[in-house]
Design a protein around this ligand. Structure first.
Ligand SMILES: [Zn+2]
Length: 333
């Protein structure tokens, strides 16, 4: 008869706790000192040591410090000498639960200033309050690559994921918003329209965009001229309209690809407006994600060429908080 070793028994208990979906740290198990770590193909039980951080553990065991959220969401405490769970497999890629699905809010900003005279401008103090609110309430900002992985059902996202986007390419992003984002260790995505790049001191130029990209800010296309792509202009026939669409969508990608040495895969429709022809052409040009300004969140089954975004025009924190819904209730039983 096979003898059950203490480790087998302990690991079985640990496995049952983990498999049952318990997300707290392992409680005071009587024999924990006999195990410093245990690994299966699905998880590791690890004894926290002084100096360990969730980022260092994510780098060591998951190969990427940015995956620290997987460890943080699976445990409540990270005190030295505490056993924690390190999940090795990506779980629940689409964020699907029996009472609903995860959704990703995408926030849309334009300009920032110390004092503002337009609803499209957010005062620095208000922006910092909003970013602090996100941090204090456990939100994590995601990149377009992460969003794409979620929409393609390849990767799960942190439960409270949010995407921050900033349209047009004003230099106030660099001067005002970026230091605030850095302070809270958040990222953002910029959408620039090519004809605005470097036109005046109010606009970011290509060298600043390169610097931003090197610092982890994603850059997408917002067309060439910022014209409405959702309908023909006055006196514009069908042929001229399609030619304009092609130029605005294909050419902007080509120019941004060349200037920033990247394969630009995200697009924001000027004024947030699109029709089927524009969406199709954005797809044909090689973009993978495209954004409107229709209000709402984005579950994993969203059309990637018709993503919803909330324009942040209000300075009221209560209203801001209502834009951050990360769960869409549905009965999936
Ligand atoms: Zn715009």
């Amino acid at each position: 008869m096979r003898t059950i070793r203490p480790c087998d028994a302990l690991c079985a208990i640990l496995w049952l706790i983990f498999a049952a979906g318990c997300t707290s740290s392992i409680p005071n198990l009587p024999n924990r000192s006999i195990v410093s770590s245990y690994q299966s193909d699905r998880f590791i039980i690890y004894l926290m040591k002084k100096g360990d951080t969730t980022a260092s553990l994510a780098e060591r065991f998951l190969g990427d410090p940015e995956l620290l959220w997987r460890i943080e969401e699976a445990n409540k405490s990270f005190e030295p000498d505490t056993l924690i769970v390190i999940p090795l497999k990506a779980r629940n890629k689409g964020g699907i639960f029996e009472n609903g699905v995860q959704q990703i809010p995408i926030l849309c900003y334009h300009r920032f200033d110390i004092r503002c005279d337009s609803p499209l401008c957010i005062p620095a103090e208000v922006f910092e309050g909003q970013v602090k609110y996100l941090k204090d309430n456990g939100y994590r900002t995601i990149t377009p690559e992460q969003m794409l992985g979620f929409l393609e059902y390849r990767q799960p996202l942190p439960k409270k994921s949010v995407m921050i986007t900033v349209d047009d390419g004003y230099s106030c992003f660099y001067n005002i918003a970026l230091p605030i984002l850095k302070k809270y260790r958040f990222t953002a995505t910029l959408f620039v329209y090519v004809n605005f790049v470097g036109v005046s001191s109010k606009a970011l130029d290509w060298s600043k965009l390169r610097e931003l990209k090197a610092g982890g800010i994603s850059i997408g296309s917002h067309s060439i001229m910022h014209s409405d792509l959702s309908k023909p202009g006055d006196q514009e026939n069908e042929e001229a309209y399609l030619k304009r669409l092609h130029h605005e969508i294909f050419q902007s990608k080509k120019m941004i690809d060349t200037k920033l040495e990247q394969d630009t895969f995200i697009f924001a429709y000027p004024f947030g407006r699109a029709n089927d022809a524009a969406m199709l052409m954005v797809h044909q040009a090689g973009y993978k994600l495209a954004m409107t300004v229709r209000r709402g969140g984005n579950p994993f089954y969203s059309n990637p060429y018709n993503l919803q975004r909330d324009q942040i025009l209000e300075k009221d924190m209560g209203i801001f908080a209502t834009r951050l819904k990360t769960f869409h209730s549905l009965s999936l039983r």
